[in-house]
Design a protein around this ligand. Structure first.
Ligand SMILES: CC(C)(COP(=O)(O)OP(=O)(O)OC[C@H]1O[C@@H](n2cnc3c(N)ncnc32)[C@H](O)[C@@H]1OP(=O)(O)O)[C@@H](O)C(=O)NCCC(=O)NCCS
Length: 217
């Protein structure tokens, strides 16, 4: 792991970022039990950061291979507007052409989203209007536990300071214990929590979404 370097995101890294994201989006496991169309899911989860705010994204490279990423957004309001008016409409069209919406799995996800609407509404108010910035981090399975994630967070925090960002947030499943310990170790504290439902396979699963916040001085 000694050859790992952290560097700014380049457009050519996007495929690797999407692959790691889809391989780890379900609490560190592949996303397929939640959404089967990886390309569509990857666009939903990463496109804002890689295409609309690439300067706040960093990758970890090991011997020329991208093995981890941190996706940053330093303006939650802009994120909401870009998602609502550009990315989601584009995903609706793309989803139609790829048949994403003609699966019971997709409608299970929508049903869970409707169930969670109170939390999503509250989160939008608290996270998007009270907090300035957020992040997502993902490390390829064989590279976890070697402080790659820690270096990525440190890099993003240093960069955030130069941009006048005073706090970073991350939303984590309470059952994703590795991520909870990781953020606590990095100085994040739970500031908010909400009961949620998600669809995994054929089952509905209850969990608590934790909002981790780190103050930056
Ligand atoms: C969570 C994740 C980013 C951690 O990255 P990582 O590079 O493996 O973590 P690090 O090696 O930098 O760990 C830093 C500290 O976090 C804690 N930590 C990390 N993984 C842990 C685990 N599995 N169990 C307990 N503590 C853990 C430890 O305190 C560790 O410090 P230490 O090794 O000195 O004890 C990685 O496991 C991952 O990609 N998970 C899947 C995606 C995800 O859940 N992302 C978070 C939601 S945005």
């Amino acid at each position: 792991m000694s050859n790992v370097i952290i560097r700014s995101f380049r457009p050519g890294d996007r495929n690797a970022v999407c692959t790691i994201c889809c391989d780890s989006a379900d609490k560190g496991e592949p996303i397929e039990r939640t959404l089967a169309d990886r390309e569509w899911a990857a666009d939903l989860l990463t496109k804002y950061y890689t295409d609309y705010e690439p300067s706040s994204t960093f990758v970890a490279e090991d011997n020329g291979k991208v093995v981890g990423y941190i996706l940053g957004c330093f303006d939650n309001r802009r994120y909401g507007l870009v998602m609502l008016f550009i990315i989601i409409p584009w995903l609706l069209v793309k989803g139609l052409t790829r048949g994403v919406f003609f699966t019971s799995q997709f409608w299970g996800v929508v049903a869970a989203g409707v169930h969670n609407w109170r939390r999503l509404f509250h989160w939008r108010k608290t996270s998007f209007h009270s907090h300035q910035a957020h992040l997502h981090v993902g490390i390829a399975k064989g590279h976890r536990g070697h402080h790659v994630g820690r270096q990525l967070v440190e890099t993003l925090v240093s960069y955030a300071k130069t941009k006048g960002v005073h706090e970073l947030t991350a939303s984590v499943h309470d059952s994703n214990q590795a991520a909870c310990r990781f953020f606590e170790h990095a100085g994040f504290k739970v500031q908010d929590s909400h009961p949620m439902i998600m669809r995994r396979g054929d089952a509905l699963e209850r969990y608590t979404a934790l909002l981790y916040v780190k103050k930056i001085f």
